[in-house]
Design a protein around this ligand. Structure first.
Ligand SMILES: Cc1ncc(COP(=O)(O)O)c(C=O)c1O
Length: 359
């Protein structure tokens, strides 16, 4: 397989652990191990203390799959495969697609949502998000025009990275009616689900609405635990799920034993973790609002409706890579205190450092 560089990951490989101030992270400020253990119930603490570091069940720990299934309507623990989120994108595309297949994929998007299919010999038609009058929107009419003879899969991602766009339930239903009309599978990346700022905007998972779907989620974003490398794929089509499970035998086979137990703790403490993360995001959105109001000449803010990422537009007409590549090395950047992600906590020191960003 010939696969192109994952540009964002290559950028992070250079800067993520050396830049003093990180504004491009997509996850919420990570919880510490101690914080997570502090949220654990008695049963999971016993599992943690007695844990044997052997191989684990390849589909995922039964208790963890039960906690995951409980997040959804119409989903059983047997519909769930647990692996790292990025790995599950790779597994799903390999299990589903063949060279010559055509896919329609929301754009922009986390690169592997397009790239793995392309590397497998599929052609990818982007379905672009547009911004109109300061708001993001998707043109549903584009979908019918994008259909080709071998279109097999539609890839969506709500809440969307990087824009924080969230469709209405009526729009999601229209998208699924389109998939039904054309007998398409739907890969629904729901990594930012449960981070809706207004609970009324929360959509049901596509896994609960449509049988020919693969719904991806995990602990990296909404649960602030990217270092656990725990994600899950919900696939109610049993034949397809079996193919995903069989492909997993050629990637990591099974998950890290400690990560699975920590994952059970996290899901049992879901309400407290989500409330903490939404609190941090609310504070940061207010700070971002003030920042953008002071720099109207440089940015169009385009604030998100959900998730821990925003995608403001840089107004001066120049390639964004030219803007962000040298930024960590500009004079002054070295005095900044430490890395803080988009959904990260802005300490008092970091807030004052924000004023000195070299714009
Ligand atoms: C939309 C989306 N999907 C999937 C992933 C992959 O998650 P992970 O990095 O935890 O494997 C990411 C990570 O940034 C993402 O933003």
């Amino acid at each position: 397989m010939q696969i192109s560089d994952f540009q964002l990951e290559r950028y992070f490989a250079v800067h993520e652990f050396t830049a003093c101030y990180l504004l491009s992270a997509s996850d919420c400020e990570a919880l510490s191990l101690e914080e997570l253990l502090g949220l654990a119930d008695g049963e999971t603490l016993d599992l943690w203390r007695g844990l044997k570091l052997s191989y684990t069940e390849s589909q995922g720990h039964p208790l963890l799959r039960a906690e995951i299934a409980a997040l959804y309507d119409n989903v059983s623990p047997d519909d769930v495969l647990i692996a790292a989120p990025e790995e599950l994108i790779f597994i799903a595309m390999n299990a589903l697609l063949a060279p010559g297949d055509e896919i329609i994929a929301i754009a922009p998007a986390y690169q592997s949502l397009h790239e793995v299919a392309r590397a497998l010999g599929c052609s990818v038609t982007p379905w672009p998000l547009e911004h109109v009058a300061g708001r993001w929107r998707l043109d549903l009419d584009c979908l019918e025009r994008a259909i080709a003879p071998r279109t097999r899969l539609l890839i969506i991602n709500f809440p969307h990275n990087p824009t924080g766009y969230q469709p209405t339930i009526a729009e999601l239903q229209a998208i699924l009616r389109f998939a039904i009309r054309h007998s398409l599978y739907v890969f629904s990346d729901e990594m930012y689900r449960l981070l809706e700022y207004d609970a009324a905007d929360r959509l049901p998972s596509v896994a609960s609405l449509y049988g020919q779907s693969l719904a991806l989620s995990g602990l990296s974003k909404s649960f602030a635990l990217p270092g656990l490398r725990i994600g899950w794929l919900v696939v109610r089509d049993r034949a397809l799920l079996r193919r995903c499970i069989a492909f997993h035998d050629y990637t990591t086979i099974c998950n890290s034993a400690p990560a699975e137990i920590l994952g059970i703790m996290a899901l049992r403490a879901a309400e407290r973790i989500l409330a903490r993360n939404l609190g941090i995001i609310a504070e940061n959105l207010a700070a971002a609002g003030r920042f953008f109001a002071a720099h109207r000449d440089l940015f169009t803010p385009l604030l998100p409706a959900a998730g821990s990422v925003a995608f403001p537009q840089l107004r001066p007409d120049r390639p964004v890579a030219d803007f962000c590549q040298p930024l960590p090395h500009r004079p002054g950047a070295g005095q900044l205190p430490r890395s803080v992600g988009a959904g990260g906590e802005l300490s008092g020191r970091a807030k004052s450092a924000l004023r000195h960003l070299p714009f």
